[in-house]
Design a protein around this ligand. Sequence first.
Ligand SMILES: Nc1ncnc2c1ncn2[C@@H]1O[C@H](COP(=O)(O)OP(=O)(O)OP(=O)(O)O)[C@@H](O)[C@H]1O
Length: 250
Amino acid sequence: MNALITSEKLIIHRPGTSEPVLRDIDFRISPGEIVTVVGPNGSGKSSLIRALLGHMPLVSGKIIRRRDLRIGYVPQQVQLDRTIPMTVRRFLSLPHWVGAEEAAKALARTGVAGLETRQLTELSGGQFQRVLLARALLHDPHLLVLDEPTQGLDQPGMVAFYRLIEDVRHQTGAAVLMVSHDLLVVMRSSDRVICLNGHICCEGTPQDVGNAPEYRALFGAEARGTLALYRHHHDHDHDHGPQHDCASHG
Ligand SMILES: Nc1ncnc2c1ncn2[C@@H]1O[C@H](COP(=O)(O)OP(=O)(O)OP(=O)(O)O)[C@@H](O)[C@H]1O
């Protein structure tokens, strides 16, 4: 199947310097896939996302985006002036106006139906994340890109949000590329995990990555917890062999 985005041998530097942020990134996401990028702070996760979206200059390498690819993007931080009153309905219509029916449909799809007239400042963290997701779903994207979408949510909120992402993928067929620090939860929701630390340390199914020494070296005790949890939830129905080598790229 045609990939939505591929990259080959990407090299990215810290803006305005010759200091490498990412090197040798070969990436691919296919229709309907849920791919999660994990890695320590400063490992280049957001830079990779921004580069794939065309928001960051490449030092070398290339990125190919499928022609007519529609992307719904939720950036890591959404700057809102909390002093300016704005309803959910108005927010959904920025920067492009959307009709009432379309807005209602998007809100219903993300589990926050009927919030149109509420002020953004009145929303809980979880409701706001769902409104952001609803906004990203307008215009029927082929690919949803979510940079740390569960920041500020508690554990049940996080679990509910990732479940919602899986439902959305199921209903719309959209692929999902997300960055996350929520190792314990996100690994279970992903088809493929990419572990990043300036380069791709390892990549594969959640189980492959959970087993990879590179991943364990980066995340230590938390990594062991991830795998235990993953096994607990999946040993009943998973019998896939490894699909990727978890060899270090250097
Ligand atoms: N606009 C910028 N100007 C200067 N340096 C930047 C800029 N954006 C990112 N960097 C640097 O690039 C490196 C990678 O940053 P990036 O935000 O991609 O990491 P990250 O893995 O997403 O981190 P976090 O988990 O903390 O969000 C960091 O060293 C960061 O300081």
